[in-house]
Design a protein around this ligand. Sequence first.
Ligand code: FAD
Length: 466
Amino acid sequence: GDASLDIDLLVIGAGPGGYVAAIRAAQLGQSVLVVDKQYTGGVCLNVGCIPSKALISASHQYESINHASSFGITASDVKVEWSKVQEFKNGVVKKLTGGVGALLKANKIQFFSGEAMFINENEARVFNEQEAPRYRFKHCIIATGSRPIELKAFPYGGRIVSSTEALSLPEIPKSLVVIGGGYIGVELGQMYARFGTQVTVIEGSDQILPGFDNDMSSLVAKKLKASKTEIVTGAQAKSATQTENDVTVTYTVNGEDKQVTADYLLVTVGRRPNTDGELGLDMIGVKMTDRGMIETDHQCRTSIPHIFAIGDIVAGPALAHKAMYEGRVAAEVIAGQPSTVDYKCIPLVVFSDPELSSVGYSEKEAKEKGYNVKVGKFPFNINGRALSLGVNEGFVKIIADADNGLVLGAQIAGIEASNMISELGLAIEMGATLEDIALTIHAHPTLGEIVLDAAEVALGHPIHAI
Ligand code: FAD
């Protein structure tokens, strides 16, 4: 028998949840070991947030060169070298994953490449091809993330791909079917549409991006349709048959069977938590929900008090910044601090065209919570910066408590909505009022002024509205 190596904290998974937790715990004096069976930086850096945004940005470059005539600029013979686009994307991923490795090292965190498996509540073994050391830990943070859901009717392989393969297709497809109009399907579908792919999105509910109000998602739907993307809502994808060169999807809409053939089929119908398999959670008896998530309390603690769980394997939106937030909290709790999670203010962002973002309550949610609601909405198309960027669509909407002016939530549709939402998250976290926003000097001319203008609309004295 081999002896266990002693550590304070074992972190299983080096995604945004795990690596942030490890660094925070090391800052607080813990001896930390991080293990990952596949990636440094997890899904997010390797096959999620980062590579998708790199490709989206490349596709915007291409599109803007081809659509600059309203600025008086025309270009001909613009070419895409897909292998170089892939190189650009891979370079961004490499830089960031290398950066995470360097951060772990700088914080004196041990890293072991291998798959973790619990032996009991206090020990785990980590396997790779060469060795299988066992570790005894005082605390453990499980941050094993999630993987694409695979539907029986659409097994991945060949022409049927998940988001992972969709980020590295060997060529720009001439045509692509996307099953699932959630944010991943829309972001990747629209990225390829910009490169000229004929895209068909098949969505079960009555709108794409069902998590967003229709006044936001409809702007994206309109843009998609303008780029000849077909959106089929209220549709049920049933089966697919593939040949070497293409794939034919059968779906039902309004009780009628239809078919569409394309170069590739991307299935993005959600993600499932990595809580099954060899990890051995059943052996140690961690409490799970019926959806395979790990149950945690307001300090990210599982039913076993010295074992914590964060990120995509626990309840809440499966987003990198939520995983990182929980990572910080779990590490601080383990180090003896009284930290707790507060989910009131997790921004949701879609990197579509136009971008969508939201934080805090929507108007409907605020009303349901019993607030006396006051709303200010301001469009992009009379903002100087937006117009000089050639943009004339989108809006900022701020939801506030009419009784005291406190900001309760915000939604933004438009260019840079992803970056603009942070100001409103801060407003909510700080307990800012509409007046606080309106009295904050926003640089001119910037998109940020739209936030100020929306606050003034809610206050009833807008300068820039009739
Ligand atoms: P993960 O990032 O999934 O990392 C878990 C790690 O654990 C993996 O590296 C895995 O190898 C390892 N692991 C699993 N089991 C074991 C084991 N037994 N032993 C050892 N290691 C193990 N989120 C955003 O916020 N913004 C975005 O723009 C965004 N875009 C996305 C685009 C795509 C295409 C996809 C797929 C996802 C996107 N996400 C985005 C979601 C984001 O990637 C996840 O929410 C985030 O990565 C979750 O972090 P995590 O730390 O929980 O787990």
